[in-house]
Design a protein around this ligand. Structure first.
Ligand code: CTP
Length: 410
């Protein structure tokens, strides 16, 4: 049981499911956790501060600014809350608070403390609302942003809702929430040997200019590389993310370098050859670039046209070639299903320690989508076949295996 002496911040929003929160607080306390409850103003209509304070044996906070300042530090409580917590749980999370958290609004104790939480601390979000609200485009967009930025969103259950209708929107029972908190803490706080390791990750596509308005590129969204960066930071690693043009926010705690072409990516990675312990090539790098970059705009003056291309540097192979004994190189091999041998070849040719054979089908795996199907093969020809997973979950499993490689070598 990993709850003993753990500091849990519990944010409570104004949903009918808030009636389950006193039981949740009791269960967490019973297992030895320290619980501090932060409620939104509207949540106090569903559950009283007195009840929550009595059960948690702690003051319950709503506003950042207390009615009366009793000590100097009273108005900076939102900062000390974030420092204190080992984990932040928002339950029930309403559409309004989810929107605030994803936008970085910090106008009450719950939302301000959410921002001050340390990047490597887990954040669990339990949305609970009417089914129509839950599936609405804005709620789904905001939840997707939170997932991409280090939060674990626990989808609500289906069943009868407060509106009397049936649908997806019910918050899990307190016993189930305790289990999820417990498992999350257990996996988060097992000591990671990635702690303090320096990891360089490439992500996204690269662009190779044809002229000043056109380029050669691919459909890579950068999601897999960004998910790896998020998971690595959570494990205490120092992460540099070298990314091609993508529409993704920078994960908290990650040092991001934006590049456009393969040559720029290669140069940025070379800067880290010495300091880097682990290099993960998750970028979909353009293998060729036009020999000539036309200044201005290329005009159409013939029925056909040929563009001469020249090979780009191989960023990953370049790293492997110079790597010292303690350094680890990880690559991806995007292939149509059934071409596992190509991945094995890449492992050898690029002298990798681990390759992720990544199939694409345009729907569940590969570019742009949120899920992936990966088989990992290490240099000793151990195979790890992962099922269809969300890219964040796939990133976690992949780093578990990278951790194993470090212990093998140390
Ligand atoms: N990679 C790289 N630099 C390149 C090309 C690829 O760093 N110029 C990295 C990718 O980030 C990925 C792996 O190498 O980790 C993919 O290898 P690659 O041989 O390029 O794969 P494909 O392009 O899929 O190979 P092919 O076109 O031969 O199937």
């Amino acid at each position: 049981m990993s709850l003993k002496n753990k500091n849990i911040l519990l944010g409570v929003c104004a949903g009918i499911a808030a009636y389950k929160i006193p039981t949740l607080v009791r269960l967490l306390k019973k297992q030895g956790a320290n619980v501090r409850v932060l409620v939104t103003q509207a949540a106090t209509k569903f559950v009283t501060e007195l009840t929550l304070s009595t059960l948690s044996q702690e003051p319950v906070y709503t506003d950042i600014f207390p009615d009366r300042l009793s000590t100097e530090a009273d108005w900076t409580k939102h900062i000390s809350m974030g420092e204190w917590a080992d984990m932040y749980v928002v339950a029930p999370a309403t559409a309004n608070t989810i929107a605030k958290l994803s936008a970085g609004i910090s106008d009450d104790m719950l939302s301000a403390s959410f921002i001050t939480l340390r990047p490597n601390k887990p954040k669990l979000i339990f949305p609970a609302m009417d089914g129509e609200m839950f599936t609405s485009a804005s709620v789904q967009r905001n939840l997707a942003w939170l997932s991409e930025n280090g939060c674990t969103v626990i989808n609500p259950e289906s069943g009868e809702l407060a509106s009397g209708q049936c649908g997806t929107g019910r918050m899990p029972e307190p016993e189930a929430i305790v289990k999820i908190i417990d498992t999350t803490l257990e996996t988060t706080f097992h000591p990671s040997n990635l702690e303090k390791k320096s990891i360089v990750i490439t992500a996204g596509p690269t662009r190779e200019k044809i002229d000043d308005v056109r380029f050669i590129s691919n459909y890579s969204s950068g999601k897999m590389g960004f998910a790896l960066a998020t998971s690595a930071v959570r494990r205490g690693a120092k992460v540099t993310l070298v990314t091609g043009p993508v529409h993704l926010p920078t994960p908290e705690g990650v040092d991001r370098l934006d590049v456009e072409s393969t040559e720029e990516m290669d140069l940025a990675v070379k800067e880290h050859y010495q300091s880097c312990d682990i290099f993960i090539g998750a970028a979909a790098v353009a293998d060729y670039r036009p020999v000539n970059h036309v200044t201005g705009k290329l005009k159409k003056n013939s029925e056909t046209m040929a563009i001469d291309l020249v090979r780009n540097p191989d960023v990953l192979a370049g790293f492997s070639k110079q790597k010292k004994k303690h350094q680890i190189a990880v690559g991806f091999s995007l292939e149509t299903a059934g071409n596992l041998d190509n991945a094995k070849e890449k492992l050898e040719q690029k002298q990798l320690d681990l390759v992720a054979y990544n199939t694409f089908d345009g729907k569940t795996s590969g570019f742009e989508v949120d899920t992936n199907i990966i088989t990992l093969i290490d240099k000793r020809m151990n195979f790890y076949e992962l099922p269809l997973l969300g890219k964040h979950e796939a990133a976690e499993r992949m780093l578990d295996i990278v951790e194993g490689l470090i212990s093998d070598d140390e």
